[in-house]
Design a protein around this ligand. Structure first.
Ligand code: AMP
Ligand code: MG
Length: 411
């Protein structure tokens, strides 16, 4: 068996970078920056009002109340035609450019109408108050993002504000298919003896889409070498990466092994559980991952090998999920010679620590326990058991919303 780290390192060393493309910021979420981003201009580009109110000279309102002459009005998107001078004010809306001569804004709530074209100021302000200075968010020339950053919605919006179409690497197209003559389509109502519904393509598709990949779904290809070969050829012609499930172990009908061993694809036994058998290599020049057949193995192998590899192909700096410290709430047995990824449910204890307990059966076919898990408890090689109370490293795999309406809104 090969150590997990060694296999991960080899895969990352063998996958290519995807081709570079320039994209609109709205198309960039999930992709990684090829180059660092420096601000080409100030954001905001001009000093503007942070409030609806009156643009004035702070010196005019040193003693209040004081009446000032309203000499104009500026809405967001327009600009003032004349200067603010001592004793005058411009009515101004949030986001509108500060008129020349003004150095502060008095909030409308701190004023009252005096006479026609006269506003009474009730509150003194310091110079700069309620003004967003030019470059107050980003100064022209400032480093905004480093290369390798994976772009999220807020990063993309900064790029939009700066008017930048970032250089990224193309969103990968991933072809996926399920081997196995026992498989029938997922919505098959009645199963014949020995048949099972294909659930791996649903799992892989969801994982790939969550990562921002485009999926070419070849669905069930069975165990027939001819059918499998034809699907592989089509996949290699159109996709950047090929994923299969099943057919990589020692069985008589393991079609992936039968067809690809010794032809650019290596078959490994990785010291991890689940997910020991793994095929990796190239098919017609495209990276190929032959994942095991058991659904939980598919998930763990995807997490440990495919996800980091796809992120590396995108040019992202960060490839591996966060690991957080937790404590086992119940004991868990593990294979001593492998790195074990146990499916666990976590809950925050009174001390703030995450407490983990098995989410169900730990065999690699128990899909329901995977679905209920929100973390993988990592049991290192050399440990045969984790006792209740033992510290444990948790890879958080499923942390969407965690607080109910009642917890947040109803006291
Ligand atoms: P294999 O490695 O091809 O022998 O597959 C191991 C086991 O995984 C099979 O016996 C099936 O029970 C299960 N399996 C394989 N492919 C799928 C699939 N697409 N969906 C659900 N279960 C599968
Ligand atoms: Mg099979």
């Amino acid at each position: 068996m090969r150590p997990l780290r060694e296999v991960q390192a080899e895969i990352l060393g063998r996958v290519p970078l995807l081709p570079e493309v320039r994209v609109d910021p709205v198309e960039s979420v999930g992709l990684a920056l090829v180059e660092p981003i420096d601000a080409p201009e100030d954001i905001p580009g001009f000093a503007n009002s942070a409030m609806d109110g009156y643009a004035i000279q702070a010196a005019s309102v040193g003693t209040v109340p004081v009446d000032l002459e309203i000499i104009g009005e500026i809405a967001a998107g327009s600009s003032a035609a004349s200067r603010v001078v001592p004793g005058t004010a411009f009515k101004i809306m949030t986001g509108a450019p500060l008129p020349e001569g003004a150095d502060a804004v008095v909030r409308v709530e701190a004023t009252e109408a005096a006479r026609e074209s006269i506003v009474r100021i009730l509150e003194s302000v310091r110079a700069g108050e309620h003004v967003r200075p030019a470059g107050g968010d980003l100064h022209s020339g400032a480093r905004v993002f480093e290369a390798g950053l994976r772009i999220g919605p807020a990063h993309a919006s900064v790029l939009a504000a700066l008017g930048i179409a970032p250089l990224v690497r193309r969103r990968p197209v991933v072809a996926m298919m399920a081997t196995g003559d026992e498989l029938v389509p997922r919505l098959t109502p009645q199963l014949e003896p020995g048949q099972i519904r294909d659930s791996n393509t649903t799992l892989m598709r969801g994982l790939l889409e969550a990562l921002g990949c485009e999926v070419a779904d070849f669905e069930i290809v069975g165990d027939d070498p001819g059918v499998f070969r034809a699907a592989l050829d089509e996949a290699a012609g159109s996709a950047d990466v090929i994923l299969t499930s099943g057919g990589v172990s020692m069985g008589d009908y393991d079609v992936v092994k039968a067809l690809l061993q010794g032809r650019g694809v290596d078959f490994w036994q990785v010291a991890m559980q689940p997910g020991k058998p793994l095929a990796f290599g190239e098919v017609s020049g495209k990276p190929f991952f032959g994942l095991p057949g058991n659904p939980v193995s598919v998930f763990v192998a995807f997490e440990q090998f495919v996800r980091p590899a796809l992120l590396a192909m995108l040019g992202a700096n960060l490839l591996f999920r966060d690991r957080v410290d937790g404590v086992m709430d119940e004991p868990i047995k593990a294979a001593e010679d492998k790195e074990v990824f146990a499916r666990v449910v976590t809950e925050r204890g009174g001390d703030g620590m995450l407490r983990a307990r098995p989410s169900g059966g730990q065999s690699s076919n128990v899909l329901s326990a995977l679905a209920l898990a929100d973390a993988l408890a990592v049991v290192p090689v050399g440990r045969a058991v984790l006792e209740a109370g033992d510290p444990v490293e948790l890879e958080m795999i499923h942390r969407p919303e965690a607080r109910s309406r009642a917890e947040v809104l109803d006291e």
